[in-house]
Design a protein. Structure first.
Length: 346
């Protein structure tokens, strides 16, 4: 994309530059460039962002915010979820439910994004409090680590309900974690000691260096859905997902394939050794969670069984106390057979 060169603001010019310009002959003085008209597309995008921010701000102020719950199921054992992901939603002025993808990009780097993280965490902790048999993941931005209101809400929730941390999973996207990897690393270690598990979301969509991956000690690795959709027809994506699954296994992480949309893809991922699956094939996010209609008591979720019959009890990661890390005595899952990549039809 061509970038338009920018002219430094006069107030930012080095000291004395105005006098130097004044001594230049008129014929070499650059002519002032006319102000370029704003493109209709840029104007529309800015107007849309302003409208989105105003909509989200009203929803946050009025607390018209909720979680939509989507199941994460163990591969090959889809009858009971391993846990649910709580995805943030807002209500617009007409009472319509707006998914995060329609507004999160406009607010993620603002304080409004931090307030949204607070409401998501508050809703997640309340759900865990009301459903003692449930495990739940909640999304957060790494920027919220230093936000006092978010930290206060997390600490109060963990202190008020002992054991709730064992059922809480915090999801941080790869791109967000890379904003401040050292801070994220310390944050994860501190909260893992209190029972909380961590998922690295959208793995493969960013550019996380392996030395960061091995030092952060995430419990769960969620493979970005762009590599999962239609995987049965893509040898290239199959190779990528096999590599990601091997990485997760080596670092003693649970692997989850996101955005699974077909039975063929689900069967291939199961054979490839992915531990858990998530996507519309197993259920769309809903504000009326499955446990309200299931016969299982209090939305109970089953332990995740990973390769080698290592059963993860109430907690998803850090299965035997503090995370030992690779090569530090932690249980590493044995390799499962990987199917031959599907070949395109001739």
């Amino acid at each position: 994309m061509r970038q338009t060169p920018t002219t430094p603001h006069p107030e930012a010019a080095p000291h004395g530059s105005a006098q130097i310009r004044a001594r230049l002959p008129d014929e070499v003085m650059p002519a002032p460039s006319p102000r370029r008209p704003q493109s209709p597309l840029n104007h529309a995008l800015r107007s849309r962002d302003r409208d989105v921010i105003a909509l989200v701000d009203r929803a946050v102020r009025d607390r018209n915010v909720m979680l939509a719950y989507q199941p994460v199921v163990p591969a090959g054992r889809e009858d009971r979820p391993a846990f649910f992901e709580g995805l943030i939603r807002i209500l617009d002025d007409n009472g319509r439910i707006i998914p995060a993808r329609d507004f999160i990009g406009s607010i993620e780097m603002t304080e409004l994004g931090r307030r949204m993280d607070c409401l998501a965490l508050e809703a997640g902790l309340a759900t865990l409090r009301d459903r003692p048999g449930l495990r739940l993941s909640v999304n957060m931005s790494a920027r919220s680590i230093g936000y006092p209101a978010w930290q206060r809400m997390l600490n109060q929730g963990l202190d008020a309900h002992p054991g709730i941390g064992d059922r809480l999973i915090l999801e941080i996207s790869e791109s967000s974690a890379m904003l401040m990897p050292d801070i994220v690393q310390v944050f994860i270690c501190d909260l893992q000691a209190r029972g909380v598990s961590f998922a690295l979301d959208d793995f493969g969509a960013g550019a996380m260096a392996f030395h960061h991956l091995k030092s952060m000690w995430f419990d769960i690795l969620k493979i970005d859905g762009s590599f999962v959709r239609g995987i049965v027809r893509s040898p290239e994506n199959q190779a990528v997902v096999q590599s990601m699954t091997a990485i997760a296994r080596h670092f003693d992480m649970i692997s989850i394939a996101s955005k699974v949309q077909s039975g063929d893809d689900a069967r291939w991922l199961d054979m490839a050794g992915v531990d858990c699956l998530q996507g519309y094939y197993y259920g769309a996010p809903t504000i009326r969670p499955r446990w309200e209609t299931d016969t299982q008591p209090a939305g109970a979720t089953q332990p995740i069984a990973v390769p080698g019959s290592i059963v993860v009890p109430a907690r998803v990661g850090n299965r035997f106390g503090p995370h030992p890390g690779p090569g530090r005595g932690g249980p590493l899952s044995p390799v499962r057979p990987v199917p031959e990549p599907a070949r395109p039809h001739s």
